[in-house]
Ligand binder design. Structure first.
Ligand code: UDX
Length: 476
């Protein structure tokens, strides 16, 4: 590890999933752009995947993104850390075992990693920036006397529900026994939310992530600062209520911060298909973009019914059918001969540059699982959504999209089944019906709010500036 050149120096350790990598990399660039040194750490297997995508096979230094960052004068060193498994270990197939390892064994590796850097120069590291979903940062920061910055990549509403998890338990409202619906109306800064709309890991505590996340939400209470990938104007009450506990800063949407031309430099873990030519051949607003993100799985029934629903709706579509969408290694999830059946109406791909697709004028709607990145990317592009949340925070995100901001409609829920005629009807009326104008109008307003937030005098820029000032105050 090199010298810190007298600049304040942070170690940033990312979570190995696309929906967390994207905002985290953008945050690294943004902090570095304020004159800080960053040591950015990916897990080795993530680096390997990125290298394969970019056809780089030798050293970590060759990953495009950070190479471009350094060329632009940002002080970012890039390195990797092992999760203890060989590269070829199938982390999707053995998800349960893998989460357990990340929870129980990985913290010792991080400790050793940070300890080694500090041992070579006790004053070389000043702060730690980690994803809130890790549960160990407070311990490491305390041990090495580092300022602890936690980055929450999702909605502040979701953070607040997690933050008050123990209170929700105390009231007996989570886990949601017998699926009984109850209104939660006692959390500061949250007017009211039904237990139906809270995150899956609160609703059903037996799911793997619950143990990890419960501890993470307890531990974040010890952070010095929390950054949120949201916009103050969209969640002002929730954020001000959180500020009573510890300093929170809404700095989103981070994926659109213009440090470098980040949208054109890929951070993708999979090779991207270029859809531009196909999209350019379609009429404005005529294409429905369909994707369920990078992580979650759904059933073959849902995929097949959506496939026939799209066909019956007769709208143009691009559909990202990611490898592993149903189960790891299952590549045969669509009806036989599907691409021939849809002809030029539909394009089925395994991955793309989503922001590029959503920005194309031909795209008029997004059928999404409502991962927060996908949701915010759609909002940034002013594209209304058909919501099909599957798990985690996606149900909560859908609530704001449909009920609060009124920029989307609901199609299905969690792991429920869907039926092709209903899918077709919903898609048809969404893309061509009378309600579309209203959705588009609201989507334009939300788009403006997001774009304004990132203007030089916008709320996210001001909040980021304030965070940097407060951070410097804490370091010196
Ligand atoms: C995960 C969780 O599932 C989600 O609920 C949480 O909000 C974030 O972490 P993921 O399911 O991958 O994320 O969804 P999402 O947050 O939407 O992130 C997916 C990312 O992959 C987006 O930034 C999107 O632009 C990108 N993507 C997706 C592509 O670049 N190409 C694609 O073809 C599909």
């Amino acid at each position: 590890m090199g010298e810190s050149h007298g600049k304040p120096h942070a170690i940033m350790i990312s979570v190995p999933y696309q929906g967390h990598i994207n905002p985290f990399v953008n945050l690294a660039l943004k902090i570095a752009s304020k004159g800080f040194s960053i040591t950015f750490v990916h897990l080795e297997f993530v680096h390997h995947k990125l290298s394969k995508v970019h056809d780089h096979t030798t050293t970590a230094d060759q990953v495009d993104f950070f190479f471009v960052a350094r060329e632009s004068g940002l002080d970012i060193r890039y390195t990797t850390i092992s999760d203890g498994y060989p590269l070829e270990f199938d982390r999707d197939l053995h998800q349960l075992e893998y989460f357990n390892t990340l929870f129980h064994d990985f913290p010792a590796r991080v400790d050793e990693f940070v300890g080694n850097i500090i041992q070579s120069d006790p004053f070389s590291v000043h702060f730690l920036v980690t994803d809130t979903i890790y549960h160990w940062p407070a311990t490491i920061a305390h041990k090495y006397n580092l300022v602890n910055v936690s980055f929450w990549t999702e909605l502040a509403l979701v953070f607040s529900l997690g933050y008050h998890w123990d209170l929700l338990r105390e009231k007996g409202h989570v886990p949601c026994k017998d699926n009984k619906e109850v209104e939660i109306n006692y959390l500061p800064g949250i007017e009211s939310i039904s237990t139906r709309d809270v995150m899956s890991y609160l609703r059903e505590e037996e799911i793997v992530l619950s143990e990890v996340l419960f501890v993470a939400f307890q531990e974040v209470k010890k952070a010095d600062f929390v950054l949120h990938n949201t916009v103050q104007e969209l969640e002002s009450e929730t954020l001000s209520a959180l500020n009573k506990y510890l300093p929170n800063y809404a700095i989103g949407p981070i994926n659109f911060s213009k440090i470098l031309d980040t949208n054109t430099i890929s951070k993708s873990l999979w090779p991207e298909s270029d859809c531009t030519e196909w999209l350019d051949s379609k009429a404005p607003g005529s294409v429905l973009y369909v994707s369920f993100g990078s992580l979650v799985q759904t059933s073959k029934q849902v995929i097949q019914e959506i496939a026939y629903g799209l066909l019956l709706s007769e709208v143009n579509f691009i559909w990202v059918v990611r490898e592993g969408i149903v189960s790891p290694g299952d590549t045969n999830v669509l009806p036989a001969g599907y691409q021939d059946k849809v002809r030029d109406k539909g394009l089925v791909i395994s991955w793309c540059n989503q922001i590029k697709v959503l920005s194309n004028p031909a795209v008029g709607g997004f059928l999404t699982h409502n991962g927060w990145n996908s949701t915010v990317e759609s909002m940034w592009c002013g594209v209304p959504m058909i919501c099909c949340p599957i798990t985690y925070d996606q149900l909560t995100n859908r609530k704001l999209v449909v009920d609060t901001w009124k920029i989307g409609i609901s199609l299905c829920d969690g792991t429920s089944t869907v039926e092709r005629n209903e899918v077709a009807e919903k898609i048809k009326s969404f893309m061509k019906g009378t309600a579309l104008e209203g959705l588009k109008k609201e989507a334009e307003k939300v788009k403006e709010t997001l774009h304004d937030a990132l203007q030089i005098d916008g709320s996210s820029e001001r909040n980021f500036h304030q965070f940097i000032k407060d951070l410097k105050g804490k370091i010196h």
